[in-house]
Design a protein around this ligand. Structure first.
Ligand code: URA
Length: 241
């Protein structure tokens, strides 16, 4: 991903995101996952969201529907979002892995590594101000550090991911909180601090003054985006609102 992504308009970034989606749908970097998945769960929500969530990996329901967090943990995530006055259509939800690990086993380091580039491209194109990592896997991945969620939850920090500086905010994974009332209480408290974090806006971005202006793009072809498949991308997995 080139640094000039920051100079692109929202609609250009959205088109680029659809290209990443198309690429991801054909991905076979993890042979086992590619052979066993039903769908590639790219992520869903607002392609220009201020707030992005990163979970662990799709489960059975997500694999079935091709959408993240549609099972019980997703129900809790929806409830928590509603409590702070947000809907899924206002945020973007992704995962560390886009494919379901068979039998819901843990993601393997090589799989996380294979999928990392896709996640960074999503971050660079969506340009969120806040990334809320749900649980250990995404927190350790994006911080590049093995410190666990029990120590880090509820503590925001500024991080540069690819070309984007974000406020990273680790919280417990909703699936872990489903059956543990005390963890749910902590998750809820942390979640309710999201509005104040969002109110700070994006952190100062790293300076890339040396990046030249991109060459002007050729004029759009009127028929180029009218194909059914293209509309299918918009109406389906990306759910661009
Ligand atoms: N758990 C996750 O981490 N991601 C999902 O999409 C669903 C459950």
């Amino acid at each position: 991903m080139s640094l000039d992504v920051r100079r692109r308009s929202a609609s250009e970034r959205r088109e680029a995101l659809k290209e990443v989606l198309a690429e991801a749908r054909a991905c076979t970097r993890c042979a086992e996952l590619a052979a066993t998945r039903k769908t590639v769960v790219f992520g869903a929500g607002n392609a220009d969201a201020e707030l992005m969530f990163v979970g662990e990996a799709p489960g059975a329901s997500e694999d079935e529907q091709g959408l993240p967090f549609v099972g019980r943990a997703g129900g809790l995530l929806n409830t928590l979002l509603a409590e702070i006055g947000l809907e899924r259509s206002q945020v973007f939800i992704a995962n560390t892995l886009m494919c379901r690990p068979p039998g819901n086993r843990d993601p393997q380091p090589i799989e996380i590594d294979n999928c990392h580039e896709y996640l960074l491209r999503k971050v660079e194109l969506i340009q969120p101000a806040v990334i809320c990592t749900l649980g250990n896997f995404s927190t350790k991945l994006l911080r590049g550090d093995p410190t666990g969620i029990t120590r880090l939850h509820g503590s925001p920090e500024v991080l540069v991911l690819g070309a984007r500086a974000v406020r990273l905010y680790p919280i417990y994974h909703p699936a872990a909180a489903l059956y543990t009332p005390r963890m749910l209480e902590t998750l809820r408290e942390d979640f309710h601090r999201l509005p104040e974090l969002l109110a700070l806006g994006a952190p100062e971005q790293p300076s890339f003054a040396e990046v030249p202006e991109p060459a002007p793009e050729p004029a759009a072809q009127p028929q180029a985006h009218a194909a059914g498949g293209e509309r299918g991308l918009e109406a389906g997995q990306l759910g661009l609102f």
